[in-house]
Design a protein around this ligand. Structure first.
Ligand code: ADP
Ligand code: GLC
Length: 498
């Protein structure tokens, strides 16, 4: 039974990206679907994010509700507009509009590198959130911040609004979606944050002589979470902690791991309107049509219908294990199989994979760009989903693959370890293939095992069905968040120890 207090919680999610408004990766999927799951549990949830160019261009920002909100940035006050739209049938979304910061082609930077003023852009975003709530008389039980771009909010709350009656009941949660991106900037930019001088310290947001927005969030939040139990252990030690392991050990009592859910409203082969045919574990016939359609869509020969077709949908970043794929590319192609890669990101991978597709047009198709429809077609049409990430906080694509009967091959790390149990042919249990040493040879062994099994149809269908039966719906994870909100709020209400 939900307690009285929990069922009336008011929560604001603060995130730099949210589906369907702006997305570079899984964070957007999470903040796009967790609010509805929390609402199902009785919470009152809203979301705050920047108003990027794409949001305005697609007319998704709703209506302007504040014309001129004074927002501090360092010693300046720069007004913001606030727009209000909705997410998934009724969840309010507050958009912070300041075109000089957010009216740009990309969210954080171009394929060549980060925007030069990200410290200013996201300090401004966080300050705008702090200004927005009182302006709307929107009192919160929990402000739930996601990734470094919102890391200053817990710091503002604790260090600058500690005695403010408006915020007296508000606890903060900070969720680490990826510790590889910390928001590190030069010390000279510390004044941009407007935080008190003594916070530039080892116990504050100082980091190797510079400043670190994620560290600010970790240090100041009442509760810290990350997106899988395994990753919550990994980041306490090097190298996964990326230099923040000591800080996470100090604040370890606040750190919890909650696995992401999947939005099966969007990612479900039984209902997906973006794929060529619908199918289910009971009737897999449609999956063949999806494979044929995928081959046609990306221009690969129909002769690959009875060969294993490998799919990848990925940010093209070092994290994703692309160096292993590159090292094995020639051997892979010699195996007489198909490979479809959809991704966008670092220029070096754009070059590498387009060159591979050029040399092996009969087997390899590469699409460089962001294409949601093709992502769905790959999930449905491929036989095997390749996700050899060097590290993976949670990973959503392998979770989607499982539901689509597309057998994942993963590096056993973080959320991949937690979600993909290797198949054991003797017991008929398990849902995919994995390897532990991060080396091309280890991936190769997993690939060979998978390809061998692909040619044993009854076992292969068993693996597919095992995966399709797994359930990562949001409800379970939302309950775990709710339990932590309760804990954070209770801690907030307890009078401080003398
Ligand atoms: P990460 O957040 O690290 O990129 P996840 O697996 O958690 O990894 O989430 C990735 C999400 O982004 C998935 O929803 C995936 O389908 C989507 N995605 C990634 N790259 C592309 C792309 N090029 N086109 C379309 N969707 C993509
Ligand atoms: C990050 C991680 C990914 C995770 C996603 C959503 O982008 O890289 O593993 O699934 O956030 O939490």
């Amino acid at each position: 039974m939900m307690s009285e207090v929990a069922s009336s919680f008011r929560i604001l999610m603060v995130s730099p990206e949210v589906v369907p408004f702006a997305k570079t990766g899984g964070l957007a999927d999470v903040v796009g679907s967790l609010p509805a799951a929390l609402r199902e549990l009785g919470c009152d949830v809203a979301v705050a994010m920047p108003l990027y160019r794409g949001v305005a261009a697609e007319n998704l920002a709703g209506e302007r509700i504040i014309e001129d909100l004074p927002v501090s940035l360092g010693s300046q006050v720069i007004p913001a507009e606030i727009w209000q739209g909705t997410l998934g049938g009724g969840i309010p979304v507050f958009f912070i509009r300041r075109d000089e910061f957010f009216d740009r082609t990309y969210l954080y930077g171009t394929p060549r590198g980060d925007y030069f003023d990200n410290a200013q852009r996201f300090a401004y975003f966080c300050q705008a959130v702090m200004a927005l709530c009182p302006a709307l008389s929107y009192r919160l039980h929990v402000v739930h911040c996601h990734d470094w771009q919102s890391g200053l909010v817990p710091a503002y709350l604790r260090l600058m609004h500690g005695g403010d009656p408006f915020w007296s009941e508000t606890a903060s949660m900070f969720t680490i979606h990826n510790i590889a991106y910390q928001g590190q900037f030069a010390a000279e930019l510390f004044p941009v944050t407007g935080l008190p001088g003594n916070f530039f310290a080892v116990g504050g947001m100082e980091f190797w002589g510079g400043i670190n927005y994620m560290k600010a969030g970790i240090v100041c939040a009442d509760v810290i979470t990350t997106v899988s139990p395994r990753y919550s252990e990994e980041i306490r030690i090097p190298p996964a902690g990326r230099g923040l392991e000591g800080v996470l050990q100090t604040h370890g009592h606040k750190l919890h791991g909650i696995i992401n859910g999947a939005d099966y409203g969007e990612w479900n082969p039984e209902t997906d309107p973006l794929i060529a045919a619908r199918y289910s574990a009971k009737n897999l016939a449609g999956k063949k049509r999806c494979k044929r359609d995928l081959l046609t869509t990306v221009g690969l020969p129909a002769g690959l219908m009875d060969r294993p077709l490998l799919g990848m949908v990925s940010r093209l970043a070092d994290q994703k294990g692309l160096d292993l794929v590159a090292a094995l590319a020639e051997r892979l192609v010699a195996e007489d199989l198909g490979l479809v890669i959809l991704g966008t990101g670092e220029e070096k991978y754009h070059l590498l994979f387009s060159e591979l597709a050029r040399r092996h047009a009969e087997n390899v198709a590469v699409r460089l760009g962001f294409d949601n429809e093709l992502a769905h077609k790959i999930e449905a049409g491929a036989d095997i989903f390749l996700m050899p990430s060097q590290f993976e906080p949670c990973g959503l694509n392998q979770i989607y693959s499982l539901r689509y009967g597309t057998v994942p091959i993963v590096h056993a790390t973080g959320g991949l370890y937690d979600t993909v149990k290797p198949f054991d042919p003797n017991r008929g249990e398990g849902v995919g293939f994995s390897f532990t040493r991060y080396e091309p040879e280890a991936l190769w062994e997993a690939l060979e095992a998978a390809i061998g099994m692909f040619h044993r149809p009854s076992l292969w269908q068993q693996i597919m069905r095992n995966g399709m039966a797994m359930d990562f719906s949001w409800e379970n994870s939302a309950r775990l968040y709710l339990a932590l909100y309760e804990k954070a709020v209770a801690a907030r209400r307890r009078p401080p120890a003398r």
